[in-house]
Design a protein around this ligand. Structure first.
Ligand SMILES: [Zn+2]
Length: 560
């Protein structure tokens, strides 16, 4: 007794039998009933979901000797001949192997003649996207002036490769992947009718493995029954599908959770020795990992890929010790590994290294925790700096115009906006004495702060050629001078931002004093003013760092 080729035997004979494509079949049946037949149809969708079967049913319905109706009768000689692929008016062409212009020309010549015995000539071109450009052009000419009584049905898995000129002349139908439930139902029906007993969980596994293709599901069932005979157990199905031994997957997962590198390597060797497909094994680990993650997030079992899985109970307690990021990391590594194993000539080594990486990674977790705490500290420091930034700019050293509610005892310096060349300053600066803050690592912080505060100021900083503190002033030498630059730097708001940035980055309260390299090499100073009488106390960034560290690590100072 042979169970082979279920797919052919169970090919749908009527629209009602087509599984999972009601949105297509209903429309076609209505068109047939209303005699609204298009000249060309495009059936698009993944393979094995009923495109050519539907095309054949349509051809039968169009040529049925009982007359055009919603369904073919399937008993007249026309229906029978079309069903067996020997009707002269129904031509099925495989676009992949007949992709040239000659084949399409032949079709064109053929459709010029009236149907031999039926009402319509039906041309089915499968995998139409494979046609050459010339062939498409020839086909387009035919579609532009379609002969009467000819119906083209173009089927494709890749509609995006079909020229728009062709697409626009077709009535298009998108066939969808068939749901696992629909496939399983169909498989159950087939098994019952064929007198086969398949474990229901096994049927579910077959339906899932087929990934939406009924034809694939049917041929998998063929293989299972060829292997097991009319009684197929779950283990039979697992063996044929190459899903391997669940126990081994379970053990591998346990060892991963335990971080037992030695036993993991021994397990891989064992599987390898037993001739198991290691890539499939890795796939199974990915699935288990996914289940653990879904359980962790949803708090309850989610539809599992494996009907046997008992969700979170599958690994009692063990998985609880993993954080979600750890599970996620494991999942990412296993996924990546599965892909690498496809390409690598040494899939076993790829798997071994990945398992070791996961185990080692778990050991490093405490370091990750430390890193997280450091990040936390850094964020607090930045937040602290931003609070500092938000402080009002008013201070004894800022220019009088900006000061509000200043104490009368403080001298109120008038801002000096004249450009006064000061020989003394020039000489002092030419000695290039004092630190150049442009070389100071804190300058990078300063630039970052400025960019964040007002991005349009960042380019101005590139004109600074020398920056150095002089008492309560900050001497800033500017390379070149143009009126735009002068205006921009003299702006009160710009000064406030720059001085604020210096305060935050360097922890010093300084008044910026510009010195321009004018033409002729003479320098021009701007914003010079006497040093204020009252010194300000700069905030100590070191203090705040210590404070933040103590807070984050919950520590205390044991010795100064
Ligand atoms: Zn018929």
């Amino acid at each position: 007794m042979s169970y082979l080729v279920f797919a052919r035997k169970w090919r749908p004979q009527s629209f009602a039998e087509v599984v999972g494509q009601r949105h297509v079949t209903q429309t076609l049946m209505n068109a047939l009933a209303g005699d609204r037949i298009a000249h060309a149809y495009l059936f698009a969708g993944p393979r094995g979901i009923g495109k050519t079967s539907t095309a054949r049913i349509l051809a039968k319905a169009l040529n049925c000797e009982q007359g055009v109706s919603r369904e073919p009768c399937n008993s007249c000689s026309s229906c029978q001949d079309i069903g067996q692929g020997r009707h002269l008016d129904v031509i099925e062409v495989d676009g992949a192997s007949n992709r040239g212009i000659d084949e399409v020309r032949e079709l064109r010549d053929n459709v010029r003649f009236a149907p031999y015995r039926g009402r319509y000539k039906v041309i089915v071109i499968d995998e139409v996207h494979m046609l050459t450009e010339q062939a498409f052009n020839a086909l387009l000419k035919t579609l532009e002036e379609p002969p009467s009584r000819v119906v083209f049905i173009l089927a494709t898995t890749e509609p995006h490769k079909v020229p728009l000129t062709i697409l626009s002349r077709c009535q298009r139908f998108m066939f969808r992947r068939i749901s696992t439930a629909e496939i399983k139902e169909r498989l159950s029906l087939m098994a019952r009718e064929e007198g086969i007993e398949v474990d229901p969980c096994g049927l579910q596994l077959i339906a899932e493995s087929a990934e939406g293709s009924l034809r694939d599901a049917q041929s998998l069932l063929d293989q299972v029954v060829s292997f097991s005979g009319p009684r197929a157990s779950l283990e039979d199905v697992r063996t044929v599908l190459g899903l391997g031994d669940r126990e081994q997957v379970h053990r591998g997962m346990e060892l991963l959770l335990d971080g037992n590198a030695g036993d993991l390597l021994r397990l891989v060797e064992e599987l390898y020795g037993a001739g198991q497909d290691l890539r499939l094994y890795c796939q199974n680990l990915v699935e288990r990992c996914r289940e653990l993650m879904v359980d962790r997030i949803s708090g309850s079992s989610f539809p599992s890929l494996d009907p046997l899985s008992t969700g979170s109970d599958a690994l009692p307690g063990k998985a609880e010790s993993l954080t979600y990021p750890e599970l996620d990391r494991m999942f990412q590594i296993l996924m990546q590994t599965e892909m690498e194993m496809r390409r690598s000539p040494y899939p076993r080594f790829v798997l071994e290294m990945a398992l070791l990486r996961i185990v080692e990674g778990r050991r490093l977790t405490s370091l990750e925790e430390l890193w997280r705490r450091l990040r936390q500290m850094e964020e607090r420091l930045v937040a602290g700096r931003e609070r500092e930034w938000a402080r009002p700019a008013a201070s004894p050293t800022s220019s009088g115009a900006e000061v509000v509610g200043q104490e009368p005892s403080t001298p109120s310096p008038a801002p000096n906006r004249e450009r006064v060349p000061t020989r003394a300053m020039k000489e002092e600066a030419e000695g290039e004495g004092g630190p150049n803050w442009l070389q100071d690592p804190r300058w990078v912080d300063f630039k970052r702060l400025i960019r964040r505060e007002k991005v349009s100021l960042a380019p101005l900083l590139e004109y600074f050629s020398w920056v150095s503190p002089r008492g309560k002033n900050l001497l800033v030498r500017i390379q070149g001078s143009n009126s735009y630059l002068l205006e921009a730097l003299e702006d009160r708001n710009v000064r406030r931002i720059l001085e604020g940035g210096i305060r935050v980055a360097f922890g010093e309260e300084l008044r910026i004093q510009y010195e321009f390299d004018a033409q002729g090499g003479e320098r021009v100073a701007i914003g010079t003013e006497p040093e204020p009488a009252k010194p300000s106390s700069p905030p100590s960034p070191k203090g705040s760092l210590l404070e933040a560290a103590l807070e984050v690590f919950e520590g205390r100072v044991v010795s100064e």
